[in-house]
Ligand binder design. Structure first.
Ligand code: AOS
Ligand code: ZN
Ligand code: ZN
Length: 423
């Protein structure tokens, strides 16, 4: 399955006149509109290789047909999303769910589809069939050195796959922790994890980054070795300049001020990566922006500020969508997620930073709030559409996806019962 340029052009035709009218109206109101469109049109978010099949819970999974059963097919699915949105030009690969059999061929296929490989993801949270030691009681933190060595070796192998594919970073997310008080010595677990990470870090090429993801609970429900950004930050600092903290929006206890964490990390140049999703209760992995769009906007306000002020201080973070799709067609869900992310980004770009600073310096709380809310309440759909249009994407990606009947084409190609690897 591949979408052809002419198909998108044809679908855009009917929408073009109305779109251009709206754009003219908007440009009368916002003098920096061109810059915002430009920024959004250059923005890309990586798609994880495990997000293209049916998601689910431990209670069940409901398929939808036409799932990609090979890595090649997963790349094709991402290229469909990218053709429509022009904002998903990278894949974040998971090892071992998506081991490339032939790295050269996969790299070539990706390049041919206009895609590249963003952060690599290792997996020491499950046992694989052929593995010697179990991760039941942890991996990098384990009490048994044999287990730690095996987990370290796996991470090194993932780096090697990444090198062959042209990736430049590794994300480490650990399920390590304990389910019961007394089970684990916190301090030994931390020291073991640090020592293991040091070995992995030593295997990184000089132009690579290491991202350390944190999570307060799940799958362990009493303690997680890397429970919060402070722990991640400590580990990264001890490793060296190539190590950073990765923020996953779902990995916070309810009501945590995530935008404040983002600002603090960026102050120290320590924000390396970002996993987008949304949540109501925990690590729900709901579609981005469905629950707390204002929070996402406030996070982007900090990201924009961090990227614009002293950008050399913090590298541009690696962006990835980390959501699960229980009910929706994942391709539609990912398109909606991209739209939600770019909506928050565009609105944050609309904030009058100068006026905001003035209000802050005068401690004019009311004006500061109005500046934020004026930006948040602006309809940016037209900005997003124009950004896509300039890259030959679709004015309305979801409608285009449905008009092109993509899911049924995929079902015809791959059958009703094809299954994708993943959670
Ligand atoms: C798990 O909760 C994390 O969000 C991970 O980032 C990710 O979903 C997992 O590592 C899959 O590779
Ligand atoms: Zn994540
Ligand atoms: Zn998660």
């Amino acid at each position: 399955m591949q979408i052809h340029q002419e198909e998108i052009v044809a679908l855009n035709k009917d929408l073009l006149v109305e779109h251009k009218e709206k754009l003219t109206q908007l440009s009368r109101k916002h003098s920096n509109l061109e810059d915002i469109i430009d920024t959004i049109s250059n923005y890309n978010i990586a798609i994880p290789s495990w997000a293209l099949g049916a998601g689910g819970t431990r209670f069940g999974k409901f398929g939808f047909g036409g799932e990609p059963s090979t890595l090649e097919q997963k790349l094709e699915d991402i290229s469909v999303i990218n053709a429509l949105t022009k904002s998903a030009n990278a894949v974040s690969l998971h090892i071992p769910w998506d081991i490339p059999k032939n790295t050269n061929a996969i790299k070539e296929k990706a390049t041919h589809l206009g895609l590249h490989f963003d952060a690599m993801n290792s997996n020491t949270f499950q046992d694989q069939d052929n593995q010697e030691y179990s991760y039941k009681f942890g991996s990098l933190c384990h009490t048994d050195k044999n287990v730690r060595d095996q987990a370290v070796a796996h991470n090194k192998a993932v780096i090697d796959y990444g090198i062959a594919l042209g990736s430049k970073s590794l994300t480490v997310w650990l399920a390590d922790g304990s389910n019961f008080p007394g089970q684990l010595n916190f301090r030994r677990a931390f020291e073991n994890t640090l020592a293991s990470l040091k070995e992995i870090y030593a295997h990184l090429p000089a132009d690579w980054k290491l991202f350390i993801e944190y999570k307060p609970y799940e799958p362990n429900f009493y303690s997680m070795v890397i429970q919060d950004w402070g722990t991640s930050h400590m580990l990264a600092k001890d490793l060296g300049e190539q190590a950073y903290t990765l923020v996953d929006l779902g990995h916070h206890l309810p009501n945590t001020n995530i935008e404040h964490i983002v600002a603090t990390l960026m102050t120290r140049g320590m924000l390396g990566g970002f996993h987008f999703n949304d949540s109501k209760y925990g690590d729900d992995d709901l579609s981005v922006g469905v629950m707390k769009p204002y929070q996402l906007f406030l996070i982007f306000n900090e990201l924009v500020f961090g990227m614009e002020n002293n950008p050399a201080n913090n590298p541009i973070p690696a962006w990835m969508i980390d959501a699960s799709h229980n009910l929706k067609d994942p391709l539609e869900d990912l398109i909606q997620s991209i739209e939600a992310i770019e909506t928050a980004y565009a609105k944050a770009l609309l904030i009058d930073q100068k006026a905001l600073e003035e209000a802050q310096l005068k401690n004019d709380v009311v004006t500061a709030q109005r500046i934020l809310q004026d930006a948040f309440n602006t309809d940016v759909k037209t900005i997003l559409a124009e950004a896509r249009l300039r890259n030959d994407g679709a004015i309305d990606p979801i409608s285009a996806y449905r008009s092109l009947d993509v899911r049924n084409v995929l079902i015809k190609e791959r059958g009703m019962n094809s299954k994708a690897t993943g959670l």
